[in-house]
Ligand binder design. Structure first.
Ligand code: MYA
Ligand code: JJ1
Length: 408
């Protein structure tokens, strides 16, 4: 049934995976196809130069009108131009992996796919792979088999750089997810969410009761919590890598540069907070979240919904508790719940000094240790799921709470 995916080095349905490893071998550069794949004749390939204001705006326009929507087409992701620059230019980024398709006659940008380099561990193997994201074909050009051509072309350009594995996520089910996570939502502005049909007033409740239920404190409760600074990078790197080592798939932060790129607070893009122990000045915990608004489609009162998404975090478990798995879990649950309570406070606080970050909702997936605080902090399950895939790597199925990778 999957005309394209059946031809690709991915596990097929019904395949029982016992051995981990590549599905097809890596090949030397001179054996990689040297010519771009053929596009239908009215189109041509381009590299989208996102350091160029005009081109980043073209990409923003394509995605804002044509990217991912929920099942009922009520909301569409509205990644901002600064966000896209951040997501697409991590240390080591390659211009040749920002692949666009233009109409030859008028040069209009009508399709895109991106790759960015990353170090991602699955079980015991660290891969220097490509993270694929922002695959998009203009609504008017759907179902013409353009997506497979984009995927093959970015694969070829990845092979040219000596990279033979990739990771990607999608709402769609394809052969064959390594993991499936569910979206959870925590209302911050229940009145607006209801007006947008994002959520409903439960039977037997009232708007006033909801407003009360979802109120958050004005000040942090964790002593020593503050915004992250560049000097924190070495400690945050250690803390994050150690914490992430307990998951079956997770990124590896290899340099302080990686940490600074992904975590240093960037206005209207990403926010990070650390806990500095008031006595030792050591950093014991951190959390981060990013901002991703959605366009509200066809609503008379609201055109945009502003969401914060849980990004990376870590808690350091003191030696005493770390030794025993029961104590470890109990400590982590308690500490993380208080930390994430402060993440909600932080999301409310930044709303006050940022023009675009007036968060209406805080979103998180059912991955990492998120299930430990989801109920206590009044998150509720959404109707969306996110599937995780590896390309050219056979890997045993991974439970959501063993996923430590967050894709943007
Ligand atoms: S996920 C986000 C994807 N984007 C959207 O959902 C935005 C809105 N939708 C669109 O723009 C289009 O509907 C897209 C498909 C572009 C998605 N991932 O051209 P078609 C398969 C992979 O006629 P269209 C993200 O960005 C489909 O099953 N394949 O269809 C990660 C069918 O194949 P088969 C997908 O609707 C992307 C074929 O495409 C997806 O016009 C990771 C139909 O093509 C999807 N999300 O366009 C990409 N949706 O017949 C893979 C549909 O076999 C990367 N299809 O069922 C692989 C690793 C590459 C690098 C390797 C390096 C070594
Ligand atoms: O946002 C999502 N769902 C919302 C809106 C649903 C509108 C009708 N379809 C939702 N709202 C309920 C919230 C409620 C709040 C109080 C507590 C109870 C719950 O469920 C969903 C996620 O749930 N979003 C999507 O479906 C967007 C697409 C998700 C796939 C993303 C693919 C990304 C690819 C990137 O590589």
């Amino acid at each position: 049934s999957h005309q394209f995916w059946n031809t690709q080095p991915v596990p097929q349905y019904g395949e029982n995976i016992t051995e981990e490893g590549p599905i097809e071998p890596s090949v030397p550069r001179d054996q990689v196809r040297q010519e771009p794949y053929a596009l239908p004749k009215e189109f041509e390939w381009c590299e989208v130069d996102i350091t160029n204001e005009k081109e980043i705006t073209e990409l923003y326009q394509l995605l804002t009108l044509n990217y991912v929507e929920d099942d009922d087409a009520q909301f569409r992701f509205d990644y901002s131009a600064p966000f896209l620059k951040w997501a697409l230019q991590p240390p080591g980024w390659k211009k040749s992996w920002h692949v666009g398709v233009r109409v030859s006659s008028n040069k209009k940008l009508v399709a895109f796919i991106s790759g960015t380099p990353a170090a991602v561990r699955s079980h015991k193997t660290v891969h220097h792979l490509t993270e694929i994201n922002y695959l998009c074909v203009h609504k008017k050009l759907r179902s013409k088999r353009l997506a497979p051509v984009l995927i093959k072309e970015v694969t070829r350009r990845s092979h040219l750089e000596g990279v033979f594995q990739a990771v990607y996520t999608a709402g769609t089910v394809l052969p064959k997810p390594v993991a499936t996570c569910r979206y959870y939502h925590r209302s911050l502005n229940p009145k607006k969410l209801v007006e947008c049909n994002f959520s409903r007033v439960p039977r037997g409740s009232t708007m006033a009761a909801m407003v009360k239920k979802f109120k958050v404190a004005e000040e942090f409760s964790t002593p020593g919590l503050r915004e992250m600074k560049a000097e924190d990078a070495p400690q945050v790197k250690e803390l994050a890598n150690k914490y992430l080592s307990k998951f079956d798939v997770a990124p590896v932060f290899e340099t302080d540069d990686d940490v600074c790129h992904w975590l240093l607070p960037t206005k209207d893009v990403v926010w990070s907070y650390v806990v500095e122990d008031p006595k030792t000045h050591k950093i014991t915990d951190f959390f981060s979240f990013y901002t991703l608004p959605s366009s509200v489609i066809g609503n008379a009162k609201h055109s945009s919904l502003n969401a914060a998404y849980m990004f990376y975090y870590a808690v350091e478990v003191p030696e005493k508790e770390a030794a025993d798995s029961y104590d470890n879990t109990r400590y982590t649950k308690q500490r993380l719940t208080e930390l994430m309570r402060d993440a909600l406070v932080a999301a409310k606080k930044v709303s006050e000094y940022s023009l675009t970050a007036n968060f209406d909702v805080f979103n998180a997936l059912s991955l990492m240790d998120n299930s430990m605080f989801i109920d206590d902090l009044k998150f509720g399950p959404g109707d969306g799921y996110l599937n995780y895939y590896l390309y050219n790597w056979r890997c045993r199925e991974i439970k959501p709470h063993k996923v430590g990778l967050v894709m943007l």
